[in-house]
Design a binder for this molecule. Structure first.
Ligand code: ADP
Ligand code: MG
Length: 390
């Protein structure tokens, strides 16, 4: 069953009333710019052709009721109790998955004069969960778009992206930046979203992959990542320490000539974290420039350099991700890098159309030789952002 049909079927099961509409929001791939978002820097993600669907309608009560094919359980919360469930200090009394949709409802009520109207929301998705393709932003975007319309709030895409981020930061407790939500809200077919994470200024950048005979192959290693804990927070802390040591508001305020000074101002590990962010920001700018001037076939070296920086300086890659990247490059990809927050998840490989099968085979066979579980390999197409479908 397609995810839109699954969401409709789920809604019909849970609700006596007809649906008010159907909404969907995509996952995303970050072409380049990793761990730059929370440093006020630049990112270049694109929305993908995998989406989370939400079918929603009023239910005549003052309860929010959410159900997802992901969890097979209904969670019901009175609108007035959302506040008590999500204090900013965050103890959740609901299953973690439900904190995403309920967190969006909570954040919308915090930010607006939302009416006291209960809503049923049925959710289904074909965005791989936990693969670094941001199923979290997809569910936030679909639910935010649905509630925005059902409650008649009239918020724009950027406001809804902020709502999704607030839900993820404060209700779920994952200290992520705003890139994923902006990509999911604003994505366009055959284009990436160049985002300045400080000003939230965006520009649509044509990718032209199809015209250049290129495809983006995703190699999902199937290994877990955990944004809410451990390494991610540690890297954020290192970035904050680095910025403080140099007296800047954020690492965005540094560029390559500042690195010599940075090296003297902090310990070696913190310096390498800083160097990743500073050079990665520059690589995003260079990628935009290269796409405009030369087209997508010329960005391979920037993707490769990004991976090396994450592996060696930021130390967020894994043996599986390094294997995937090396296999893809050896099989004819013109550039490859891990994508997403790291510590597992997926790699992307920009690959000539006639090499896609070789890349998939190479990934499978090198994983087999290394004794890793088989990777999940598929292509993604830059696609449109969050929208009302019916
Ligand atoms: P990623 O965003 O990379 O896929 P995250 O850990 O940020 O990984 O978010 C994944 C979590 O989001 C899931 O564990 C689940 O709690 C929630 N989630 C994502 N998609 C759905 C869905 N369709 N239904 C319910 N919960 C979902
Ligand atoms: Mg996520």
């Amino acid at each position: 069953m397609t995810p839109d049909a699954a969401a409709r079927a789920l809604f019909a099961e849970m609700s006596d009333s007809p649906a008010a509409g159907e909404w969907s929001a995509p996952g995303r791939v970050n072409l380049i710019g990793e761990h730059t978002d929370y440093n006020d820097g630049f990112v270049l993600p694109f929305a993908i052709d995998h989406r989370t669907h939400a079918v929603a309608g009023t239910n005549g009560s003052a309860d929010i009721r959410v159900e997802s094919t992901f969890a097979d359980a209904r969670v019901v919360v009175h609108l007035d109790d959302l506040d008590r469930m999500f204090p900013t200090t965050g103890q959740l009394a609901v299953p973690e998955w439900a904190a995403y949709p309920l967190g969006v409802a909570w954040a919308l009520r915090r930010a607006t004069d939302a009416p006291q109207i209960g809503v049923d929301i049925a959710i289904a998705s074909d965005v791989p969960v936990g693969a670094g393709l941001s199923s979290s932003a997809a569910i936030e975007g679909a639910v935010a778009s649905a509630l925005n319309d059902v409650w008649g709030l009239g918020l724009d895409s950027v406001a809804l992206a902020r709502i999704g981020r607030r839900a993820e930061n404060e209700a779920v407790g994952a200290p992520t930046g705003i890139m994923d939500q902006m990509a999911s809200m604003l994505g366009r077919a055959d284009a990436a979203i160049f985002l300045d994470c400080r000003s939230l200024h965006t520009e649509v950048i044509d990718l032209g992959f199809a015209a250049a005979g290129l495809e983006v192959v995703v190699i999902d290693t199937g290994t877990a990542h955990a944004h809410a804990t451990g390494g991610y927070r540690d890297r954020r802390d290192a970035c904050e320490r680095g910025a403080a040591a140099l007296g800047v508001a954020a690492l965005r305020d540094l560029s390559a000539p500042d690195l010599a000074r940075a090296e003297r101002a902090m310990d070696a590990t913190t310096f390498r974290r800083v160097r990743h962010v500073v050079t990665e920001n520059q690589r995003v700018l260079d990628t935009v420039q290269t796409l405009r001037a030369q087209g997508p076939a010329a960005i391979g070296p920037l993707l490769d350099a990004s991976h090396a920086s994450m592996r060696d300086d930021f130390e967020i890659s894994t043996p599986e991700l390094d294997t995937a990247v090396a296999a893809a490059r050896a099989a004819g990809a013109i550039g490859a890098r891990m994508t997403g927050g790291g510590f597992g998840g997926a790699a992307i490989a920009l690959t000539p159309h006639d090499r896609v099968d070789e890349v998939a085979l190479a990934a499978a066979s090198t994983f087999d030789e290394a004794g890793y579980a088989p990777p999940h390999v598929f292509t993604v197409t830059p696609s449109g952002g969050s929208r009302r479908d019916a």
